[in-house]
Ligand binder design. Sequence first.
Ligand code: F6R
Length: 605
Amino acid sequence: MCGIVGYVGRQDGVPVLLEGLARVEYRGYDSAGLAVAKGGALRVHKKEGRVGDLAASLPKRLSGTTGIAHTRWATHGPPSDVNAHPHVDTGCDVAVVHNGMLENAEELRAELQAAGVALASDTDTEVLAHLIAADDDVDDLEGAVARVLQRVTGSYGIAVLHAAQPDRIVIARNGSPVIIGIGERETMVSSDVAALVRHCRQVVHLDDGELATLTKDGFQASTLGRRPSPKQATELDRAPEEYEKGGFQHFLAKEIHEQPEAVERALSGRIEDRFATAHLGGIELTPRELRAVRRIKVLGCGSAYYSGLMGAGLIEALARVPADAEPAAEFRQRNPLIEPDTLYIAVSQSGETLDTLLAVEEVRRKGGRVLGMVNVVGSSIARAVEGGIHLRAGAEVSVASTKSFTNTVVAFALLALHLGRVRDLSPADGERLIAGLRALPGQIAEILEREDEIAAVAERLAPAHSAFFIGRVSGFPAALEGAQKLKEVSYIHAEAYPASELKHGPLALISPEMPSVCVVPDDHLVAKNRSAIEQIRARGGETIVVAQTSVGDLADAESLVPRCEPELAPLLLNIPLQVLAYHAAVELGRDVDQPRNLAKSVTVE
Ligand code: F6R
């Protein structure tokens, strides 16, 4: 969703801001803008549409060594040039960019209007610019920002620029990420490390209730009450190349192909062969505490939730602890019972999904214990949990999650192994699973070598208006995720059903126009899965089968994955489904990396 970029340094900030905006484009947005301070005035340019449109509309000679910029995802008021950020006060002395939502914006707008201020936009953000500019001591910009923020309720990450103080940017955070990037006599701010990778090697994450003043020589952070807040810089764990397509046509293709190495990273240093277990430094639970866990509940949204369903299956199979997954918002909004011997696990690639973050806070407020499986170090969820497993998938730019999904399942396999080995999983079974995990990168690479075959299957699928994805028990989460990938990137309606449920209603929809993608692991349910496929064919339905062993004539098209340890089969079966969705989307000419209406990181409820 929205993205903030700010620059104060020794070079012209305009190209740096535009490059930063381009790097946060993947998050989803509808308009973009920037403001630079120069010669005692602010120059502000905003445009509905893409960052490229903004760049093309800028005056050739626009420059300035201090500036702020933004990509907006409309919340208050439709996408338009006027509603785009930065927002300024009437005299254009103060410019503000803002992520998040102010809850008392209406009240503050009414107050400003009553005082004769003409508001230019429909946004909540604009009030901040007017209030800061009206502060009695705006020469102390940080103080003015702090005073205004004390009047505001809601969530924000903001960056503020003042025409008369062109050597600084003031930033603040409450519930929306703000990251300071430290470079060589240049300092940046962004809501996403992606915008910082080119210029900064160290980062500092602001905490809620903090603000900071940035100058080219560094930063000073304090609380809203103006008490100094010492902060520790950490090395940035992302490289600029991670945000480039590296020869692929789309990020989605690149990220699908990065999975073998991503899985290797997820396993690296986490296997303890001597005891046939996993070594998970981040979970900070003793064997005794792990043995006391009676239930595991996984929380996440969308694909993160589906990876949680796969993970719950792994935990039940290997550790024999009852486990299930639930969409994070459903969980939180039903006033859940928090049981003391349940271990909660929050899954999130971005670490910023608000529904998941609020669920974590709900569990913690009620005294429950939550671990995280998060891909972005320093993200809000990573900071809100009590330890966890870093996914190590690397930067995921395409909106549709692929490598982070796979690495989450690997993280669950490691957790299940660890949990199993403090309970009843035998060393022999531990060794078996470890061998299975180590084989995964090669097996995923093997599947991806057959991409052309899967692309040919995608050509058959692309003309369909609607498709079923069916799977049974461990295959069902793969069907759910396969349907999710297809619908989000190709816009083909896809619905996942447990194979056993078809006959209880959905069979009525089967026709030659409604293909079914059938997920068939080599497990004890193969015969039952074959019979579901037969029922589809008997009604004239086309079948696309993703299996470990060929189903022969039952498939109109088939994609096979290598045999593996049974617990890991759903992970492998999901890979051809990703490739299928990708090629169907390419075939249909979709905006593969930024599907319509979607954002990479969903920071609203
Ligand atoms: C689908 C997809 C989304 C996300 C969901 C949660 O491909 O990417 O369904 O999985 O929005 O996002 P994170 O994992 O960042 O919490």
